[in-house]
Design a protein around this ligand. Structure first.
Ligand code: SF4
Ligand code: F3S
Length: 104
C-alpha cells in the first residue's frame, strides 16, 4: 500500500485524489489518509503530491503511517475531487513536528 505521511498535515494539496483509480483517499480537517486495504498499489498518486507526502509502505519506518492511515480512513469521509489547499500550505511544506502539533 501507499500511505500519506506527515508533510501532508496543514498543507493538504489534494492533487492526489484526482488520480486515484479506486477513490481510497479520506479527508480530515488537516490531512488526508489512504485506506491501506483499498489501495491497489498503483503508485500514480506518489508523484502528484507537491509536498512529497505519499510514500510506499515498503520504505523503512512506515508501520506507524500504515496504522495512522488505516485508523482515520475508517473514520473520515471519502474525498474524490481536488479542492483548494489549506491557506498556509506553501509556508508549512517541510515544517517539522506537524504530527505532534495536530495529533497528540
Ligand atoms: Fe490510489 Fe494508487 Fe495512490 Fe493507492 S497508490 S492511493 S490506489 S493512486
Ligand atoms: Fe496531502 Fe499531498 Fe494529497 S499534501 S492531500 S498527500 S497531494
Amino acid at each position: 500500500t501507499y500511505v500519506v505521511t506527515e508533510n501532508c498535515i496543514a498543507c493538504k494539496y489534494t492533487d492526489c485524489v484526482e488520480v486515484c483509480p479506486v477513490d481510497c483517499f479520506y479527508e480530515g480537517e488537516n490531512t488526508l489518509v489512504i485506506h491501506p486495504d483499498e489501495c491497489i498499489d498503483c503508485g500514480v498518486c506518489e508523484p502528484e503530491c507537491p509536498a512529497d507526502a505519499i510514500r510506499p509502505d515498503t520504505e523503512p519506518g512506515m508501520e506507524q503511517w500504515v496504522e495512522f492511515n488505516r485508523k482515520y480512513a475508517e473514520q473520515w469521509p471519502v474525498i474524490v475531487s481536488k479542492k483548494d489547499p489549506l491557506p498556509d500550505a506553501e509556508e508549512r511544506d517541510g515544517e517539522e513536528g506537524k504530527m505532534e502539533k495536530y495529533f497528540s
